[in-house]
Design a protein around this ligand. Sequence first.
Ligand code: NAD
Ligand code: DAU
Length: 332
Amino acid sequence: MGTLLVTGGAGFIGSNFVHHVIGNTDHSVIVLDKLTYAGNAASLAGLPEDRVRLVEGDIADATLVDDLFGQVDAVVHYAAESHNDNSLHDPRPFLDTNIVGTYTLLEAARKHDRRFHHISTDEVYGDLELDDPARFTENTPYNPSSPYSSTKAGSDLLVRAWVRSFGVKATISNCSNNYGPYQHVEKFIPRQITNVLRGIRPKLYGKGENVRDWIHADDHSSAVLTILDKGVIGETYLIGADGEKDNKTVVELILSITGQPADAYDHVTDRPGHDMRYAIDSTKLRTELGWTPRYQDFEAGLKATIDWYRDNEAWWTPAKDGVEAFYASKGQ
Ligand code: NAD
Ligand code: DAU
């Protein structure tokens, strides 16, 4: 039993991780979150106050970070600016948080000699062709496409350098696209679900051929706990659940589950530099650390996610109109 510092724990995947830790371990958690537009304290509602404490603050605030590292046994670093579309309109916050923020945490991990796990993305590897038989592995060269993915790539390289140069006890994971509860309505799946719930037609970028490799956020959490427990210091682990689907198929599934006609969606302006396909080979994590995902049936997981958005309208309503107005201003 110990205390974990979870950065970005009021965001989508971080809050899913905090729920998973409280439900499956004896650990306590301190969440450090700036509560940007993407963070929401309501995502931690109902968790036991004697085991979860939310500290509002910036991971780039060295004084605050130093104080918090002194109170915990290990750190799991989720905090980031995470949305590709936003990074194309205003890259600066991505540099501040993803690069300078990660640097600030690494310096504290070095000073306090704390176990550090860095959460990253498959997007650091760039994209694959639709017909490429290959998937990403831990040996795939970095080739990021967007301001978002290039800052995530930069943060991964900082972690590797702090392990090698300063002996920081860190591991890295690069995960594929997550879905599940508590995801901001700016992102693809919740945007389309909440559009349908509001009577708005889903919006597909371009032809909808782009492929993402979907994993339930709860499976991402179990993988991260496995790496914290059994991962080898300095190693990178890819996390994925063999969930490749093109965007058109996902929109059609949402429409079918919600009883709408399969073609009741609009094609809108594509994202500049839009990565075509991501695909993860998670053999290393499965064979070396013994992890397996629990959500093997994407349609069942998607149905449960749709039910969650239907039952938690108060959680997403405040952000919805602003997000749709922003997309509309960009022709999306
Ligand atoms: P999110 O945008 O939902 O949440 C990010 C959280 O970080 C928010 O709560 C926000 O308030 C907080 N934050 C932002 N800047 C901060 C700062 N300077 N200091 C403290 N807190 C700050 O993102 P997400 O989708 O949950 O992604 C979490 C992590 O997982 C990111 O590192 C992302 O790169 C990675 N990741 C995401 C996916 C995905 O499919 N969403 C897949 C693989 C990896
Ligand atoms: O691969 C992991 C990454 O997955 C994470 O690192 C990112 O933080 C996370 O945001 C996600 O990035 P994507 O760009 O793949 O996710 P997004 O939800 O923005 O888009 C998923 C796909 O859907 C992508 O091909 C673009 C498309 N799309 C998106 C939106 C918002 C649409 O067709 N319509 C939309 O309205």
